[in-house]
Design a protein around this ligand. Structure first.
Ligand SMILES: NC(=O)c1ccc[n+]([C@@H]2O[C@H](COP(=O)([O-])OP(=O)(O)OC[C@H]3O[C@@H](n4cnc5c(N)ncnc54)[C@H](OP(=O)(O)O)[C@@H]3O)[C@@H](O)[C@H]2O)c1
Length: 213
């Protein structure tokens, strides 16, 4: 499968390595592939091409959105929403506002969510919220004392949610399908639990698990 990772940060790099490990073809999208930071990412993720957002989006079969919230709408504009039409778009973003320092606060919530805004900015893409509730180092093949953690997912297209559940399974996760993209209103505040915990205890390798009777 041809996968576009829209974002060069730690999330984009972790998921790029994960898809490469599944033998997928990976293009990492960025604003300027010639920048020092983009060239460093190309060196650190061998096997992936680092290309402009639009090229990654145009040539992929599935995309992952892993951009800073403040730049997410702009990154989608650069990627070209038409290039993502009909494609699964995994939204790993959290709408974080760092203007008051750390830990950050949510920039939107309760009445909307990043997931819903991403779906509105890329209306023909099949957006699935996933990976936002866990730190980047655990996104692929998390090895934790309590066994496989739980990833909650949300999106409007059932087949897209199933495709993402399959990827999660191959990345070593249990997944739980919560339904429509508006469930991102729950998943983004849930991310604040791990973010607040991580900053407070300086512990960045923890994930949620749903325990059942
Ligand atoms: N860090 C984590 O452990 C973690 C865990 C779960 C979810 N998340 C969420 O995942 C997303 C990515 O996080 P991250 O830490 O990997 O990376 P990040 O530093 O938050 O974002 C880096 C990416 O954002 C792009 N970007 C920034 N400003 C932009 C603008 N004005 N226009 C277009 N693109 C812009 C950058 O483009 P260039 O490549 O051109 O510089 C880069 O590709 C965030 O929404 C974050 O909240 C993070």
């Amino acid at each position: 499968m041809k996968v576009a990772i829209l974002g060069t940060g730690v999330v984009g790099q972790a998921l790029a390595r994960g898809f490469l490990g599944l033998q997928d073809e990976v293009a990492i999208g960025t604003r300027d592939p010639a920048s020092d930071s983009a060239r460093k990412v190309a060196d650190e993720v061998p096997g992936a091409r680092v290309v402009p957002f639009a090229e990654a989006a145009r040539t992929c079969e599935l995309a992952v959105l892993a951009t800073a919230w403040s730049g997410t709408e702009s990154a989608l504009e650069l990627a070209g929403p038409a290039n993502l039409a009909g494609k699964v778009l995994i939204d790993a973003t959290n709408p974080l506002d760092f203007s008051g320092g750390v830990p950050p606060k949510l920039a939107v919530g309760h009445t909307t969510s990043a997931g819903e805004l991403v779906q509105a900015w890329a209306p023909a893409a099949r957006v699935v919220k996933a990976f936002n509730i866990v730190p980047a180092p655990l996104m692929v093949n998390p090895e934790l004392k309590g066994g496989p953690p739980t990833m909650f997912i949300a999106g409007n297209d059932a087949a897209a949610r199933e495709a993402v559940a399959d990827i999660l399974h191959r990345f070593g996760w249990e997944s739980i399908d919560l339904g429509g993209i508006e469930q991102s209103r729950l998943l983004e505040p849930l991310a604040m639990v791990f973010i607040t915990y991580a900053f407070k205890f300086n512990h960045w390798k923890a994930a949620f698990k749903l325990l059942r009777a």
